[in-house]
Ligand binder design. Sequence first.
Ligand SMILES: Cc1ncc(COP(=O)(O)O)c(C=O)c1O
Length: 472
Amino acid sequence: MKTPVFEALKNLMKENSVSFHMPGHKGRNALVDWSKYIPYFDTTELEGMDNLLEPRGIIQESQEYAAKVFGAKATYYGVNGSTGSNYIALATITKPGDKVLIQRNCHKSIHNGMIINRLNPVYISPNYNENFNLLSGIDPEEVDEILKAEPDIKAVALTYPNYYGVCYDLKAIADIVHKHNKILMVDEAHGPHMGFSDKLPMSALQAGADLVIHSTHKTLPSFTQTSLLHVNSDRIDLNKLRDRYQLYTSTSPSYLFTLSNEAACAYMDSEEGKSKLDWNIEKCKEVIDRLNKIDGVEVFIGDPEDKTIVAKDITKILISIDGISGSQIKKRLKSEYNIRLEMADYYYALIFCTLMNEEEDYERLVAAIEDLAKKTDNEEIEYVNIKMPEPKIIISPSEAYFGKKEQVQLKDAIGRMSAAPIIPYPPGIPLVAPGEEITKEIYEHILFLMDNGLEIVGLMGYNKDNVVVVEE
Ligand SMILES: Cc1ncc(COP(=O)(O)O)c(C=O)c1O
């Protein structure tokens, strides 16, 4: 008998590490004590139950309740993460061949959604904040200018907030998009909790986006793979949405995921859920103050000089420590203090807090960071200029994706069309997307980033010196 996954999961359980990462439930029960029910609740469309693909009974009632809790016009439970909900949303607001305005640093599921739906992107890049070396927000005026210059754009797809909890003026953008008579979908995978406290930034639903996508599992107490797709205006064709929902969803949708979505919504409608969120927000404030008092430690809370940042979700604690890279902070907190963080890049590590974190988690975190900062030499890590060359679009992502491909050495790729995205971290924005030319400038930038030890996703081969290009 071989059960490597089971063994690894048992070890993970024994490890009993502090969770500052997803899923949002943090291994704790909210509303439902899952351990008792899982074998019985994993069921199918039996008589008396309902069908998520065509809900007419309990699931319809449950989704209507979820919409009320979130203040949406309609809500659909997703069982394939925000990935699946992004596919459904993009397919609902476009048809093949359409031009769409896309945030350049959107998640892979939006890039893939463009391939599946054969869309032609016009990209808008977020600001790169040089004071803090991170991606910040989108300038509403730039959205206006692009929509004026390219009136055949059919829809706009943005990501808000970003992974670090940075929020831009989405309300102003929603007004601009609607002034141009276009549809706005917002991938708010990282912000399903934001509408439940006025101490957090404005949510995409409050800002007036037409379609909003949430990863329930990221910041609410819900199973991995659960998501919500909210309709927030009359601009969305609900029949088309239902059709696309069926196109992208399993014909055996999980009742456990359906229930988990429902339980998360009900929890956010309860006094307990709301007060836990409130307590955690206050605790995050206190923790940030305490961390900022430690020598060599800095938590990013915003930048008044950066007009593209209007708010910051403080439950995403973005920390840097002098003398140690973000990746080292993450590694050492795990190996020396048994604390697991969500992610890290060259400069920062991300402490991902949700309403399910508790006092002892934060106390262990602060004590560990105090100790770690003492052990480092407090010299600043070297600054790497990561300002990127402009992309040069030759063909659409889907043409590149479905074209014939070959793997070539990086040095031979100059002047060729990339068939896959190449994304350096930081800043986490594609240097090239499928269908764009690998120019000499881009090639030299990749070498520069590699020399400086930055992580680059999309390079292939043993020495990471190969790329996939479209065959000539
Ligand atoms: C901005 C954003 N959108 C969508 C997704 C996909 O979400 P899921 O993992 O729920 O499929 C992610 C995942 O990390 C994400 O960061």
